[in-house]
Ligand binder design. Structure first.
Ligand code: NAD
Length: 246
């Protein structure tokens, strides 16, 4: 188990991609701080980890709140002593065409997806710079690279995460802290479950590999970046999209 003795914090880990990432990092030996918007939903993932012999702590956080994120990191350090790995996975959509997009829908998506990642990175960077070790992975999206009608707010937030990743990677490299992004394609989770069959079929035509991805596909990529295998990789954007965008 290559992450033995390490502590990982995964945001939005109650379900979908975040849950798969939390389970994978725990399976590889990390103690995992599982966060979600309610403690009950985070607890479900934490219970799964503990049931398979791992260590986990469930905490509630709204990543868009600076105060809540500060408390989150304090509680994580109080429980496990440090944070070696941060996975910024929490994300939301509020889709709509630009001309009809409400200011509140723009703000909410930028606040959770982009400012949330900034809030967590800033807290993690304090600990990781001091420790001279850290691994940060930001879960962006294929549509942050290619754009998507009806998702101007979401695509802007996900493209912003890529700029954030590269800038912070340059700032923290000398401290042995790597910062990378993964850009999932269309992954089978609650976020994509709402899509109608016709939309899914149309999407499938854009995916050369002919299938939606799974949470495990993303978890494996995150693991590659945070484990020994990723130790000389920083500022990279790793596409995990079945060939949808190259
Ligand atoms: P999901 O909706 O199933 O899960 C989202 C998670 O984020 C939940 O645990 C939720 O509690 C948490 N969350 C939401 N708002 C939060 C907040 N304010 N503070 C803290 N946590 C919050 O989504 P998913 O499909 O598993 O997506 C996970 C990440 O991957 C998101 O960032 C999403 O944008 C990204 N992504 C998903 C896909 C896809 O096809 N599913 C594709 C590309 C990128």
């Amino acid at each position: 188990m290559s992450l033995n003795g390490q502590v990982a914090l995964v945001t939005g880990a109650s379900r979908g991609i975040g849950r798969a990432v939390a389970l994978k990092l725990a399976k590889e030996g990390a103690a995992v701080v599982v966060t979600a918007t309610t403690v009950e939903s985070a607890q479900r993932t934490a219970d799964e980890i503990v049931a398979s012999g791992g260590k986990a702590l469930a905490l509630k956080v709204d990543v868009s709140s600076v105060d809540e994120v500060e408390s989150l990191f304090k509680e994580a350090v109080a429980a496990f002593g440090k944070v070696d790995i941060l996975v910024n996975n929490a994300g939301i959509t509020k889709d709509g065409l630009l001309l009809r997009m409400k200011e509140s829908d723009w703000d909410a998506v930028i606040d959770v997806n982009l400012k949330g990642a900034f809030n967590c990175i800033r807290e993690a960077a304090k600990l990781m710079s001091k420790a001279r070790y850290g691994r940060i992975v930001n879960v962006s999206s294929v549509v942050g690279e290619m754009g998507n009608p009806g998702q101007a707010n979401y695509c802007a937030s996900k493209a912003g995460m890529i700029g954030l990743t590269k800038s912070v990677a340059k700032e923290l490299a000398r401290r042995n802290v790597t910062v990378n992004a993964v850009t999932p394609g269309f992954i089978e989770t609650d976020m994509t479950a709402e899509l109608g069959e016709k939309t899914k079929e149309a999407l499938m035509e854009q995916i050369p590999m002919g299938r939606l991805g799974s949470g495990d596909d993303i978890a494996n990529a995150v693991y590659f970046l945070v484990a020994e295998s990723g130790s000389y990789i920083t500022g990279h954007v790793l596409s995990v999209n079945g060939g949808m965008y190259m």
